[in-house]
Design a protein around this ligand. Sequence first.
Ligand code: ARG
Length: 462
Amino acid sequence: MTKTANTMWGGRFSAGPDAIMEAINASISFDQRLVAQDIAGSRAHAAMLAATGIISDSDAEAIRKGLLTVLSEIEGGDFAFSAALEDIHMNVEARLKEVVGEAAGRLHTARSRNDQVAVDFRLWVRDQCDAADSALAALQRALLDQAEAGADWVMPGFTHLQVAQPVTWGHHMLAYVDMLGRDRSRFADARRRMNLSPLGAAALAGTSFPIDRHMTAQALGFDGPMTNSLDAVSDRDFALEFLGAATICAVHLSRLAEELVIWSSAQFRFVKMSDRWSTGSSIMPQKRNPDAAELIRAKIGRIFGANVALTLVMKGLPLAYSKDMQEDKEQVFDAADTLMLALAAMAGMVGDMTANTDALRAAAGTGFSTATDLADWLVSALGLPFREAHHVTGSLVALAEAQGCDLPDLTLAQMRSVHAGIRADVFDVLGVDNSVASRTSFGGTAPVRVREAVGVWRKVLG
Ligand code: ARG
């Protein structure tokens, strides 16, 4: 059966689309998520059309009220979306016509779906920047609570995942607080740059109607209108920047997730995940699996995937709008949903996890972790050049290894066999507490510095 032509644009068509054409063309199954933004954009547009005398005040009023009716119908869930009407823009407008009649036909004056979708999507992504900021702040607070509690809990610091030097738990938690702070500033930066309105660019060239783009921009909370109509309808940088910031954020989450997976293993036992954030095995009764951490570690695949996908959709597109750009939305929706879920799960896990301070302390002293403290002591107490101190310390480590003990377990006589000048006060620097307490340089791991940094972040996070 041949379908009838589209009522919105079918003037020059005698037949409707093939069913497969409709399937590939329609976006209503996903862009219905833009309904609130679409209606906000249309209400702003209608008010402007009246203020500039392009339509009558009574038509604008009918349109603006009718749009709210349509919004509540859609939000109430009793709305029959039509694929024949392609997308959210035409579904809303068709229903508006049923609700307010004739006046609805005047809404699309001086506008195109090209600037309409550009403004809708920009508003949606802008909201996601705000949501990401709140979710990141919540995770920062959970990490900050951990940092404050464990400002002086010693644990091993790693390089190459080999024990390097003792650090404090609080310092390790604060490393992620800093990282997430950069994520927040990336979302804020992207938000600032995207906060210009494409509305009024019309199809691509602007319009001959005396519209006021500043008015609609202001009504929608933008800093002003975009300055070039061709760019306004064909720009998706805002979505790419959101995905870029989301990707880097997901990298950070994956690193923390990986540490939690390692730390909660029987080999490390650094942390215990709460029951709320662990799962069991259907066959191995002893198991407590950190599934949420593993899934967060994996979510980067979807988020970075979306970033790659949209980058490739945009690559090589001639100006201005092309239908390719309809492929922008699903990727961004999925990436945003995924990021928000991962952030919420991470905040929950971090808030609930318990550090095993005994295991942390025991591990902190292994692997000759205070060898650098010993070398530094040889420099400051005995005046050795650092290179020589490094060599002497290496010999002492080899000696301890041969004896099957740690550095503080060597006797003074054994130490002196390597370097005659070594004195008994060397033992003061070989303990892990002393080691961390000594690292008071700005940004260092000493508890006093950690507490300062916690204080600074408390003020920022409120
Ligand atoms: N559904 C379309 C999209 O998401 C809206 C814009 C359609 N514009 C057009 N010229 N067909 O991109």
